[in-house]
Write a protein that binds this ligand. Structure first.
Ligand code: 0O2
Length: 272
């Protein structure tokens, strides 16, 4: 959004946070009354500005409130499913859950990449992962169980499903992505907020975090030999996931057989 600091100074800004006393923003670019651009594409570190801004900050505050609430709702749903699984099947499919709100810088970067102006309505409309939640499971089969149980919940609307486990990205990236909307009940209205849910195994997550760091370190220009090595590691991750799954299935099968009572033993015990 554009904000007039004075009649001589206009800036294209993005609100970051409000402490009640002060509002904090990033200046994307600014120009003087003569039209001279003197800060183009430079990111200012968080700086104070006067609270006359009103609208925009209120909207950003609202964006934060709505998406944070949406994350809490999805996290609770996942925790309930995990607890129920423990109750019914005596094990937890979810190892852990991480959630985050995308930073304003990343939102602006994504909007720019896709050719949109940095406005609050554009973020809400075009950025699907302002609210993101990552669900880490032990086994690949748990990923599909969790996804299926979420998809079935009547208050969630599924916007898109991307199965990068069946069809990994050329980088080797594997994960199951769901974009859903969840209704957030405010005092005067209901807002359907989008949440990106990434579900993957511990091993897939290990690979993705390292690959993300490498990608960031090389600013996207990862040397070919490192790319090849990553693809090879991704295939080792798939192999490991498959072997751990079949090992677990074998153990579960044996445990099940041990707990099924032998009919002869029952007969003897009852004196029949
Ligand atoms: P960040 O910094 O993690 O948030 P969309 O988000 O739908 O508009 P896209 O790229 O088609 O755009 O969606 P996709 O492919 O589902 O990717 C969304 C997110 O998945 C990314 O968010 C990453 O978090 C993750 N991801 C996708 N591909 C890769 C990959 O090759 N390696 C790693 N490590 N992560 C990946 P962002 O916003 O791109 O990044």
């Amino acid at each position: 959004m554009w904000y007039n600091f004075s009649k001589y100074f206009t800036a294209h800004i993005i609100p970051i946070k409000s402490t009640g006393e002060n509002d904090y923003i990033n200046i994307i670019s600014a120009e003087t009354a003569t039209g001279e651009m003197f800060l183009k594409d430079k990111r200012w570190d968080i700086m104070e500005f006067k609270p006359e801004m009103g609208n925009g900050v209120d909207s950003w505050k609202e964006v934060n409130l709505v998406y944070n609430s949406a994350l809490r709702e999805i996290s609770t749903k996942l925790e309930i499913l995990n607890d129920e699984f423990q109750h019914v099947h005596q094990y937890n499919p979810i190892e852990h859950i991480k959630s985050r709100i995308k930073t304003p810088e990343s939102i602006v970067k994504k909007l720019r990449k896709n050719g949109y102006e940095s406005t609050i309505p554009n973020m809400v409309k075009y950025v699907n992962d302002i609210a993101g939640i990552r669900v880490i499971c032990s086994f690949t089969s748990d990923i599909y169980r969790i996804a299926e149980m979420l998809i079935k919940q009547s208050d969630l609307k599924v916007i898109s499903v991307k199965d990068y486990i069946q069809r990994p990205k050329p980088s080797g990236y594997k994960s199951y992505h769901l974009i859903v909307t969840v209704p957030v009940f405010l005092s005067d209205r209901i807002v359907d907020a989008k949440v990106e849910i990434q579900i993957r195994t511990v091993a897939m997550d290990f690979w993705a975090s390292l690959e993300h760091k490498i990608h960031y370190k090389f600013e996207g220009n990862v040397p070919e030999h490192i790319k090849r090595e990553l693809i090879e590691c991704a295939s080792m991750v798939s192999d490991l996931d498959m072997r751990m799954l079949s090992l677990n299935e074998e153990v579960q099968h044996q445990l099940h057989q041990e707990t099924v009572p032998d009919p002869l033993v029952i007969k003897k015990a009852s004196g029949g």
